[in-house]
Design a binder for this molecule. Structure first.
Ligand code: PAF
Length: 286
């Protein structure tokens, strides 16, 4: 396992890699089983796997969130190696944003204005799109791996890659969940045991919605009411609990085709997101 800190070192290391292609797993560190599943998927597809570890300041809209973001590079390197990565790219902020940096990649329209964009402001996805573009340019991977938990990020990255003609295949891997259903997130480490129990209402609400759709419910208003009840049972109120088209992210009133059901909620001060894809074709219509 090699750790490189500059784009020049990364490119030199990749020039030495053999055939079989390059898979990139972009991360902000604090690796957990979800990241490891992305690394394993990349390793199944490619001979060389690069994991980037960079806590990207420009995508944080709350200073406290950035300050408290967990960091443990030695542990990340060990875990990345155990899952099959051969290279870790761990630049500092000056390497990614050198003095005089003045460029931003901004994906416009509903896909960045809704959900996370509405809650966190447009700077969040500008930060994500800019850093992902820089990582894809730096590593020039054949494929890059993202988790379905960040569904809106995936839509934005796909749009950006298509618009800029970046020749990297974007691979989306299923959300990794703990046995109790909680979606794995680096932020989970900040949950107290009591908050962790209450957080289970988030996947609980999503499951309740899935069951209702399976039983024939189609009204987003009714499904929203049901989810709100489940969350309220744990003392939680969603920042959003939305039913949107999986590609355009435009709101959907009736679940008549594949629909992304996405939620963001704070448990104490920890902000969690999760989602499921609803498919009414799997259920009898009412
Ligand atoms: O999903 C993340 O961890 C980040 O948004 C990413 C893609 C690594 C960009 O900083």
């Amino acid at each position: 396992m090699r750790v490189v800190r500059s784009v020049a070192q990364l490119r030199a290391a990749l020039r030495e890699s053999g055939p079989g292609g390059v898979g990139l797993v972009p991360t902000m560190g604090a690796l957990h089983e979800g990241h490891l599943s992305l690394i394993r998927a990349a390793r199944r597809d490619h001979a060389t796997v690069v994991v980037s570890v960079f806590v990207n300041p420009t995508q944080f809209t709350e200073a406290a969130d950035l300050a408290s973001y967990p960091r443990d590079e030695a542990r990340d390197v060990e875990l990345a190696a155990s899952a099959g990565a051969g290279l870790v790219f761990a630049p500092d902020a000056a390497e990614m944003y050198p003095e005089g940096f003045a460029t931003s990649v901004s994906v416009r329209g509903a896909i960045t204005e809704t959900l996370e964009g509405a809650m966190r402001g447009s700077a969040h996805f500008d930060g994500v799109a800019t850093v992902v573009a820089k990582l894809l340019i730096a590593a020039a991977p054949d494929s890059a791996y993202f988790g379905a938990k960040d569904a809106q990020q995936v839509v934005v990255v796909r749009r950006m890659v298509a618009d800029l003609g970046i020749p990297t295949r974007i691979v989306v891997c299923p959300t990794s969940r703990e046995e109790n259903g909680l979606a794995r997130s680096s932020r989970n480490t900040r949950l107290s045991p009591e908050a962790r129990t209450r957080a289970l209402a988030i996947p609980g609400a999503l499951r309740a919605v899935q069951r209702a759709v399976r039983d024939g419910e189609r009204s987003a208003t009714e499904l929203h009411r049901l989810a709100t009840e489940v969350l309220a049972g744990a003392g939680l109120r969603a920042e959003y609990f939305a039913f949107v088209h999986p590609d355009t992210l435009l709101p959907i009133e009736h679940v008549l085709g594949p629909t992304l059901c996405a939620v963001a909620a704070r448990v104490d001060e920890v902000r969690l997101i999760d989602n499921v894809l609803l498919d009414p074709a799997e259920a009898p219509a009412r």
